[in-house]
Design a protein around this ligand. Structure first.
Ligand code: SF4
Ligand SMILES: [Zn+2]
Length: 313
């Protein structure tokens, strides 16, 4: 069997696999919470994360499940500031904020430009704010928003993988050139960049999955990204489940995540985080999972390599 399917992975194929969306309210974020994260060298700080309810992202990436909590139409003007107010009034004050909108913050059909001033006034007490965007939406609006706000703006862009045959098959409609241009644009304008890197995207073996995650970290740091978050690929969005059923995708082992994080931290070129969300569902030994999770949390916080977990698995 070829490594790659003979059918074309495009918007139509990806959306045809999907189930139903969750009911959402355009004036209430679909989730918000505070968590601890490394926020600077030797500093573990409280970070507020708000998952804004927003219109569905115009891209249809193969591995994405963010569409589940989105609206079909753009949310009205004023809805995003209302959601931010809603979450902030229910959470303790922190210095750092993540505003994730299941798409691109600088897509003006997602977050209207007319909302920027109100958003700026709501977040002026933070030290940093992190938003996410596809490279195609990083432009003058980004500069305008950066000028309006008091906190330092960090922008997260999904690199996903530098594998030359896998990246185009993710249907993200992004090239490495486009990614690099966006990173250089942001850094030359004084903004920090973060990126998301997939561990074992479809079509790769466990070994290849680790290797290409490491190559992706190398590439990201080389072009000026400050923080890489490694995300173990999961199924659950329909498309990934179909690929899994046809042996084109297997979720990675938690040991591979540890291996990649060790590598990334060992480079000493920037911050490397493991995404630990839903890690319980990992493809791994249940006896040592908790210990491995703890080890990864410590590595996230302190950016040091902790002793290996011993287990017979
Ligand atoms: S660009 Fe981001 S939010 Fe949009 S479909 Fe792709 S992964 Fe999902
Ligand atoms: Zn084990």
């Amino acid at each position: 069997m070829s490594k790659f399917p003979d059918f074309k992975i495009d918007n139509q194929w990806v959306t045809s696999r999907r189930g139903k969306k969750n009911p959402v309210n355009p004036f209430i974020p679909y989730d918000f919470f505070m968590e601890k994260e490394r926020t600077g060298p030797g500093v573990i700080g409280d970070v507020t994360t708000i998952f804004l309810t927003n219109r569905e992202c115009p891209f249809r990436c193969l591995m994405c499940d963010l569409w589940k909590n989105t609206t079909d139409k753009p949310v009205p003007e004023g809805a995003i500031p209302r959601q931010i107010e809603y979450a902030l009034s229910r959470l303790p004050e922190t210095k750092h904020l993540k505003l994730y909108n299941s798409g691109s913050f600088f897509d003006t059909r997602a977050v209207p430009k007319t909302d920027y001033e109100k958003i700026a006034s709501l977040i002026d007490h933070f030290e940093t704010v992190i938003v996410e965007s596809h490279p195609q939406f990083i432009n003058r609006n980004t500069l305008y928003f950066n000028e309006l706000i008091k906190p330092a703006l960090h922008v997260a862009i999904g690199l996903e993988t530098v594998h030359p045959a896998v990246l185009p098959r993710l249907n993200k409609r992004m090239t490495l050139t486009g990614f690099e241009q966006a990173v250089r644009f942001l850094t030359s304008n004084g903004m920090e960049t973060r990126t998301f890197i997939l561990l074992r995207p479809p079509f790769l073996s466990e070994e290849e999955g680790m290797l290409w995650a490491k190559k992706s970290i190398d590439y990201a740091f080389k072009i000026g990204v400050g923080t890489c978050t490694v995300i173990p690929v999961r199924s659950g969005n329909g498309a990934m489940d179909t690929l899994a059923e046809n042996s084109y995708f297997t979720p990675p082992d938690i040991k591979s995540l540890e291996n990649v994080i060790e590598y990334g931290i060992g480079l000493n070129k920037g911050t490397v985080f493991a995404d630990l969300w839903n890690i319980e569902n990992f493809n791994s030994c249940k006896k040592c999972l908790e210990k491995r999770k703890e080890r990864l949390s410590l590595m996230n916080f302190y950016q040091k390599i902790y002793p290996q977990v011993t287990c017979l698995c």
